[in-house]
Write a protein that binds this ligand. Structure first.
Ligand code: ADP
Length: 266
């Protein structure tokens, strides 16, 4: 089984205040996945981020922050707005995949997962296994869920990766984003950023600067933290650039692709 995440940064124009799909990138990624599955059968789960669809409403309504009882109706409508916004992006993603003949089925986190203090604590994955058995590709995405402590919270695609991988024990965990992997500082703003082809501890992150992208779920650092949890369980993952043509195809074919491997082994 392969769990593949496609970052919101590759699917949407994330810096835009409007919700814009990057249709060219989406189509190319769908084609690359299709080519690989045509080459050899694979069990695949796709996770995608929320990008410029989910972040604006989640930020506007401060989903995940503690609030006063009197604000409940407003927060709840914010939850609805965010859920609907990410659902729209998911529809575009599924549409592009189905156009290539990929048998995708959306399984939204908000419909079956709950969290406690922003961490997923419930989410029965039975339906994933059932759909996989029937040859479907389950698709799940960054979403809002009910939270036992905070009422509502945002669950990032990166946390979903961690939860799914921890519970389903895949052979490969791949995260496609819009940079080649992890650097000591943001490569988009620093020409001298140094690339890591392997990362095995948080201490190595000490020299990191914050992300420049607006990302309520923590950007690159959040991603690495999720992947280090997996590394602790012995599950290795790899961050690659989904915007480089053929990278997704190659990584699904187990060919060598530039990227950062996150594992506890040296
Ligand atoms: P996605 O939407 O693909 O999940 P994010 O936008 O959350 O990705 O995170 C990827 C972004 O993190 C990159 O576009 C990059 O600009 C930024 N970033 C910040 N710091 C770093 C770093 N040290 N190494 C790599 N990328 C970084």
């Amino acid at each position: 089984m392969i769990i593949l995440k496609i970052g919101g940064s590759s699917l949407t124009n994330k810096d835009s205040s409007k919700s814009e799909v990057n249709s060219d990138s989406l189509k190319r990624i769908a084609l690359e996945i299709k080519s690989s599955l045509d080459n050899s059968a694979k069990e695949l789960i796709v996770v995608h981020g929320a990008g410029s669809f989910g972040h604006p409403p989640a930020k506007k309504y401060k989903i995940g922050e503690v609030f006063d009882k009197s604000e409940y109706p407003q927060k709840r409508i914010g939850f609805c707005e965010t859920q609907n916004a990410v659902k729209k992006l998911n529809m575009y993603v599924c549409e592009a995949f189905i156009e290539q003949g990929l048998p995708v089925v959306a399984i939204p986190a908000s419909s079956f997962m709950t969290a406690t203090n922003k961490r997923i604590t419930h989410g029965d994955l039975d339906s994933f296994n059932k759909y996989l058995e029937k040859g479907f590709i389950p698709v799940i995405y960054g979403d809002v869920v009910l939270d036992d402590e905070l009422e509502f919270c945002v669950i990032s695609g990166d946390q979903l990766i961690q939860y799914l991988a921890m519970n389903l024990n895949p052979n490969q965990v791949i995260l496609g984003t819009d940079v080649d992997g992890v650097y000591n500082k943001n490569p988009k703003t620093h020409d001298d950023a140094i690339f890591f082809d392997k990362l095995s501890s948080l201490e190595e992150l000490d020299a990191f600067e914050g992300t420049t992208n607006v990302d309520v779920t923590g950007g690159m650092i959040g991603k690495i933290k999720e992947l280090l949890y997996l590394a602790d369980l012995g599950i290795e993952s790899k961050i690659i650039n989904a915007e480089v043509e053929d990278n997704i195809f190659k990584v699904l074919e187990n060919e060598d692709v530039k990227g950062t491997v996150i594992s506890r082994g040296k």
